[in-house]
Design a protein around this ligand. Structure first.
Ligand code: GLC
Length: 567
């Protein structure tokens, strides 16, 4: 069999897509075990048509940048038709691209062009909920209680004498209630419906065969178009206990009424069968936030998902003991199921590392995000550079969120009047929300819009960019060997060419307190100094890269060095 066909599954594509140019270098069916995957938040990546919103044309015009960065795949946050009540995680129609982003033909062209450069495409699928504008939900609202249309969702009568109490008191992942009351056609108050996120995101009933069939169809639709994988949103939440009981105080694993229920595994087994029915490795990547690493790893059994985001490492503070414990426990949890770990420093939901690591509390938790938290950005940048090299040296695949390769900080001066994120609104303005990590990228120039949109565009970027990002543009950093972009480019190029990096094993090397030192196969050692004094490097043949220049031959604090060693 032609290896290009094996790896890309081009033979499965509709006839009109079969004459695509294929990069013959993409031949590894295990690509996903070592891949560097770049996350594109499409609204904010690059705007091709000047309307202030990023789009497919913008991405297509920047594919050369992504190739030069050295990434293996792109993960696009939802690009579908959507009212954008939650940045596109409220999907109205999976087979239509949001008109602000482009159209299906452009998405197909992008998949093709990226592949020709050796870059695969992963799309986002949001199975826990849909959009309130989805025809299914509209039909449900227009139909009476007990009707088949309502069975695709979670409609329930209210409790109490007049039904004006919510069916239960589950708390939304975006704070606040998880139930919204409907209004009957005659204007009287009606049933309630469940939404673990916003009211614009009604939860689907996964006991309903239509729901299962719809998502299987969506997977095939996009696999037919050559996508190499799907990122599964809120993957541990889909199945609910149909009795919708309150959340008990003490819960045995698998007994939570809306999280990590055992029935989920059958869903992912059926998705895996679909993925495996295509040629080439089409992958399933789960967004799974679970404190129990054994339960987490169950989703990665050989007939379920390929990988899942490792959020434990990301959430830990900048502390050697904590990070080592996280690395060890994640590798130990993955080992029995044979899946590689992923390494993730940030995404479109969390505070940018440059900001996070510059604070007194360097860990991440949604619940503790607050406005006006004092931050030392220089310290945060230095630690982010060290963290970038540390995570890129660990065994498994690596995620890079757009803008992290530029060292962008969280944008914290966005006027509250233009904030968009429901997390801000639903917390009554206590949680600053996620807009600060979603600001349009700076490409060039010295002032907003920093080349994000074509010169002379009439519309400003959909979220305002800070005034002090002139030094953080791609153009500024590309010419500066000391920039974060140069660090990422060099690191990814070493990672790609060094056989021991990516998938594989790690061996810890004894080091002094506060230092993380490990080898990857023969000849490669990574050393991260999280202590507050410079440390000596172990014997080595050559310094391959360091996140901070050495001082008198010593590795300064908050720095990582990659070494070529003799053994
Ligand atoms: C996931 C997404 C987040 C979204 C939520 C609801 O956590 O990453 O952006 O708001 O799911 O779909």
């Amino acid at each position: 069999m032609d290896t290009a066909v094996l790896s890309t599954g081009i033979a499965d594509r509709p006839t009109e897509l079969q004459s695509l140019p294929i990069n013959p270098s993409i031949v590894d069916p295990l690509w996903w075990r070592s891949a560097v995957i770049y996350q594109i938040y499409i609204r904010s990546f690059a705007d091709g048509n000047g309307d202030g919103t990023g789009d497919l044309a913008g991405v297509r015009s920047r594919l050369g940048y992504l190739r030069d960065l050295g990434v293996d795949a792109l993960w696009f946050t939802p690009w579908y038709a959507s009212p954008l009540a939650d940045g596109g995680y409220d999907v109205e129609d999976y087979k239509t691209i949001h008109p602000s982003f482009g159209d299906l033909a452009e998405a197909e062209a992008l998949i093709r062009e990226a592949l020709a450069l050796g870059i695969r495409t992963i799309i986002d699928v949001v199975p826990n909920h849909t959009s309130a504008e989805d025809p299914w939900f509209k039909a449900a609202l227009a139909s009476p209680p007990g009707s088949p249309e309502r069975e695709r969702f979670w409609f329930r009568p209210g409790k109490g004498e007049n039904g004006d109490e919510m069916p239960n008191h589950w708390v939304s992942n975006f704070s606040g209630d998880t139930w919204t009351r409907t209004t009957n056609p005659d204007g009287t108050p009606g049933e309630w419906y469940l939404h673990l996120f916003t009211p614009e995101q009604p939860d689907l009933n996964w006991n309903h065969p239509d729901v299962k069939a719809m998502f299987e169809d969506v997977l095939r639709f996009w696999f037919d178009r050559g996508v190499a994988g799907v990122r599964i949103d809120s993957a541990a939440l889909l199945v609910k206990d149909p009795d919708l009981p309150e959340v008990p105080e003490d819960i045995e694993p698998g007994q939570h009424p809306n999280t990590d229920r055992d029935e989920l595994h059958d869903i992912y087994r059926s998705w895996r069968e679909i993925a495996d029915s295509y040629q080439g490795a089409r992958i399933l990547v789960g967004e799974i936030w679970l404190p129990d690493s054994e339960r987490f790893a169950k989703y990665l059994r050989p007939d379920e998902m390929h990988t899942a985001f490792n959020f434990d490492f990301m959430a830990r503070p900048w502390d050697a003991r904590e990070l080592r414990e996280s690395i060890d426990s994640m590798l130990a949890a993955h080992a029995p199921v044979g899946a590689p770990s992923t390494w993730v420093l940030s995404n479109h939901d969390v505070t940018r590392p440059v900001t996070r690591y510059g604070r007194a509390d360097t860990s991440f938790a949604f619940a503790t995000k607050r406005f006006n938290t004092p931050t030392d950005l220089a310290l945060g940048l230095r630690r982010s550079r060290a963290a970038a090299l540390l995570s890129a040296a660990l065994p498994g695949s690596l995620y890079v969120y757009q803008g992290d390769e530029l060292g962008l900080p969280e944008a914290e001066s966005i006027p509250v009047e233009v904030l968009q994120d429901p997390m801000y609104f639903r917390s009554d303005g206590v949680d600053p929300g996620r807009d600060g990590c979603r600001v349009p990228l700076p490409w060039s120039g010295t002032r907003p819009p920093y080349g994000f949109e074509p010169d002379g565009s009439a519309s400003a970027p959909w979220l305002p960019q800070p005034d002090d990002w002139a030094g953080l543009t791609v153009a500024a950093e590309a010419g500066d060997s000391a920039s974060m972009l140069s660090l990422y480019r060099t690191a990814l190029s070493i990672r790609r060419s060094h056989p021991a990096l990516g998938d594989g094993t790690l061996t810890w090397v004894d080091a002094q307190d506060g230092v993380l030192s490990f080898t990857r196969g023969l000849g490669f050692q990574s050393v991260t100094n999280l202590s507050d004094v410079p440390v000596e490097l172990p014997p080595h043949v050559r310094l391959l890269l360091s996140s901070t220049p050495l001082e008198n031959g010593l590795l300064p604090s908050d720095s990582t060095a990659w070494l070529r060693t003799q053994h």
